[in-house]
Design a protein around this ligand. Structure first.
Ligand code: SF4
Length: 154
């Protein structure tokens, strides 16, 4: 998996203070996409073992407590990203108890396959659906357009 941005301290993408990772790769091609540079799977840079270890260490950092991890992109549920994202969310569960995981995807929850659900079964909040320019509303919280849904899963 490749990624574009990693913010070890982020107060914008989800509630509280978080670690946020923007991964590469998205098939949805939404007109008006805010992040077109992330569409290609081979854009950005490799999400290495060192980066994964750093992210886990940041979530555990008690000097600046993080509420959790935000995964965005690109699309963390792109089929090519699933094994790396699944490994990461499993580690967060095992090593960072109490941290929540939020994930933004262009797929709709109802259309996810079994492999994608392996990730979704381990996260707290899923914001789903393509960005639709005609339904764009800056007043919305955690989503860009009114068709997207904030699913509080657990
Ligand atoms: S799902 Fe998100 S990243 Fe992908 S094209 Fe749509 S707005 Fe852009």
């Amino acid at each position: 998996m490749n990624y574009h941005q990693y913010y070890p301290i982020d107060v914008v993408n989800g509630p509280g203070t978080r670690c946020t990772l923007f991964v590469a790769g998205c098939v949805h091609q939404c007109p008006g996409c805010y992040n077109k540079s992330t569409w290609r799977l081979n854009s950005g840079q490799p999400f290495s073992q060192t980066m994964e270890d750093q992210l886990i260490a940041d979530l555990k950092d008690t000097r600046i407590p993080r509420q959790g991890l935000s995964l965005s992109g690109g699309d963390p549920l792109h089929p090519a990203n699933l094994s790396a994202v699944l490994q990461l969310v499993k580690r967060v569960h095992a090593e960072c108890p109490g941290k929540d995981i939020w994930l933004w995807t262009g797929y709709r929850l109802a259309e996810l396959d079994a492999q994608q659900m392996q990730v979704v079964d381990r996260i707290n909040v899923l914001i789903d659906g393509k960005f639709v320019q005609d339904l764009k509303d800056p007043a919305l919280i955690w989503r860009g357009s009114a068709n997207q849904v904030v699913h509080k899963l657990r």
